[in-house]
Design a protein around this ligand. Structure first.
Ligand SMILES: Cc1cc2nc3c(=O)[nH]c(=O)nc-3n(C[C@H](O)[C@H](O)[C@H](O)COP(=O)(O)OP(=O)(O)OC[C@H]3O[C@@H](n4cnc5c(N)ncnc54)[C@H](O)[C@@H]3O)c2cc1C
Length: 596
């Protein structure tokens, strides 16, 4: 099994050289230095490489099991989670006022990527806790915060997100779980399915965040409220009390992430699970969206992390596997498969796309820092508008690409990729869920094209397009990178045209909703390609400047240029074809409807 190496050099390149540590200019981070960030990333690399990554394959093989109502996670997982808690990792991006370390989101996100690259199944546990912290800190009462937040931030307790029921998947307005009011709490009854880390043996308490309906609540979204339901009730002095009336009824047998227990949770079999209202009654879905936005960005990072591991693994295998001879021009001698240009095409495609996806996801995280902490309200608002546009792209595009990248990883391995020993197949099996959960990628595309774009008439995307245009002009300004600038310019103009069409369709009451549905996924894909190409164009400018200045890290910067060239001139044209798909119209989909 090829070991995982955390991509610290690549992350430092993005944070320091591309983003110029912009987050550190914000007053909230005045005491954070670039050196501190580098030290944090080095430490995270140690944890992920030495403790988490070695359990990835064994966790997959062993899986989770249900004994009575207890879930036993794979050997080593509870200890690896404890090492993470003891290292203080759970609170690194959480504000100091809530007991966290208050580091920028861009740093916390980089660490998230490493956790998922090392062990996606285990990484899901803190990922959901992070969403719980966000929901509680933003919407919980002071009493709930004082009782639950500290231990969630430290990671001693973990959090879950309980939305899905058998009849309520993408359409959460169908939620039926009930919450009956009592004196100082509610009693919940009902069943939730597919709850990630809903029951486990890695922490002493689990805090469930549950969507449910109060008795006289209206039908639909407005009748849904958010409740905090602990596995063990918590006494006033903070000690653990009785076991609450929520049990794990079963766990799923899945394609991948076998080390992550996916639970059916039964609430109220003995009269009602004690729960506490979080935020306002009837605004549960809005409050849950706080959690979901965080989680969607992190699912995108999951895609990046697993794609990174697949790229490393494929390269290492291709450098060792001897097969065939090199071309006559290169000696015609027996060679490793990495020498064949068709294999190089696959390897470069994996590497360059992974770098591009990481750049976009971390750019989005840096914008989150700006949106939360800039002193200027207008800048905060503009950054938030950018984040709103970018989150569905980061979630859906990174995960769709990760599925392709991990599949390509199998291809590089040949037959050895299809058998389990190499671990290449596990990466594809694991990451295949990422386009499905946290809102399917189809739903993300609708969020982008049907909601976010229509809501501001394209204003936020236009602002992004202007910045992209500036990068394209800079690329075109010199001789060496001009072809990259020309290619980016074409991508920008396709995205502008597609945006215009999607906005026009959105205003058309007769055709609008169906047309926007039909175009949403191609539009998100086009946007993803162009946004990633923009980031890689920027990377090319930085890499070229470093080479021109005589950097002694020639190999690194030349590799970045090769990646940027691939993204802008080989991959972006494939993405640009989506414009033609959008222009082709909806006729075939309408016609197909007649026959189904
Ligand atoms: C391993 C795993 C872990 C999970 N973890 C959690 C968790 O921790 N908490 C939790 O609450 N849930 C969790 N889920 C549930 C997950 O979020 C849902 O499976 C997901 O939201 C999709 O819902 P569904 O499965 O009911 O699919 P459906 O909603 O039935 O969708 C099926 C297909 O139809 C499409 N579709 C549905 N509605 C529309 C529409 N209006 N317009 C266009 N297309 C549409 C979808 O995009 C999809 O392609 C998990 C699921 C799995 C498998």
């Amino acid at each position: 099994m090829i070991p995982y190496t955390a991509p610290v050099r690549d992350i430092n390149f993005l944070l320091g050289e591309l983003f110029e540590h912009a987050s550190l200019d914000l007053p909230a981070f005045s005491e954070t230095s670039p050196d501190l960030i580098e030290a944090v990333l080095d430490e995270a690399a140690r944890l992920t490489e030495e403790v988490w990554a070695p359990l990835n394959a064994s966790g997959d093989r062993e899986g989770c099991r249900l004994e009575g109502d207890q879930v036993i996670t794979p050997s080593g997982f509870p200890d690896a989670y404890q090492a993470y808690v003891e290292g203080g990792w759970n609170g690194i991006g959480v504000a100091e006022e809530w007991g966290g370390q208050g580091l920028p989101e861009v740093v916390a996100s980089a660490v998230q990527e490493m956790l998922h690259g090392a062990n996606m199944a285990l990484g899901l546990c803190p990922m959901l806790t992070a969403g719980a912290i966000e929901a509680l800190s933003q919407h919980g009462s002071d009493e709930l915060k004082s009782r639950y937040l500290e231990k969630l931030v430290s990671g001693e307790w973990t959090g879950t997100m309980n939305l899905t029921e058998s009849q309520a998947g993408s359409d959460l307005s169908q939620v039926r779980t009930r919450a009956a009011p009592g004196e100082d709490h509610y009693l919940l009854s009902g069943q939730k399915i597919y709850i990630t880390w809903g029951e486990h043996d890695a922490a002493e308490n689990i805090i469930h965040f549950v969507l449910a309906r109060t008795p006289d609540a209206p039908e639909g979204n407005k009748g849904i409220s958010l409740f905090l339901v602990p596995k063990f009730l918590v006494n006033e002095d903070g000690s653990l009390g009785e076991r609450n009336d929520v049990v794990c009824a079963s766990i799923e047998h899945k394609l991948g992430i076998n080390g992550s227990p996916t639970c059916t949770l039964s609430f109220g079999e003995k009269g009602g699970a004690v729960g506490y209202l979080v935020g306002e009654q009837g605004r549960g879905l809005n409050h849950m969206f706080t959690m979901m936005n965080e989680a969607r960005h992190k699912v995108g990072l999951e895609g990046v992390g697993v794609a990174e591991r697949a790229s490393q693994q494929a390269l290492a295998y291709a450098q060792e596997r001897m097969q065939g001879r090199s071309s006559k021009a290169r000696g015609g001698v027996p060679c490793a498969i990495a020498d064949h240009f068709d294999v190089r095409r696959m390897l470069l495609s994996m590497r360059a796309r992974t770098d591009a996806l990481r750049a976009l996801a971390l750019y989005c995280a840096a914008q989150m820092d700006q949106a939360r902490h800039d002193e200027d309200a207008a800048i905060r608002k503009a950054a938030q508008a950018r984040v709103d546009i970018l989150i569905p792209v980061v979630k859906a595009f990174s995960t769709d690409q990760a599925v392709e990248i991990t599949s390509l990883g199998i291809q590089v391995h040949g037959g050895m990729g299809y058998v389990e020993e190499t671990g290449a197949a596990q990466l594809l099996r694991d990451v295949r869920i990422a386009p499905i959960y946290e809102g399917t990628n189809g739903i993300q595309a609708l969020d982008l094209a049907g909601r976010k774009l229509q809501r501001d008439g394209g204003e936020a995307l236009n602002a992004l397009l202007e910045d992209m245009g500036e990068t394209a002009r800079q690329l075109q300004g010199g001789v060496k990178l001009r072809p990259l600038g020309d290619s980016l310019t074409l991508g920008i103009s396709d995205l502008q045209a597609a945006m215009k069409q999607v906005l026009e369709q959105g205003r058309d009451d007769t055709q609008g909703p169906d047309a926007v549905q039909a175009y949403a996924t191609p539009f998100l894909s086009l946007a993803g390609h162009v946004l990633c190409a923009w980031q890689m164009g920027h990377a090319a400018l930085v890499a070229q400047a470093a080479l021109d200045a005589g950097s002694n890290d020639q190999a690194f910067y030349r590799a970045k240029l090769a990646g940027a060239d691939f993204v802008l001139r080989h991959w972006l044209p494939i993405g640009r074809a989506q414009r033609a798909v959008i222009e082709a119209g909806t006729q075939s989909l309408g016609e197909f409807g007649v026959h189904v």
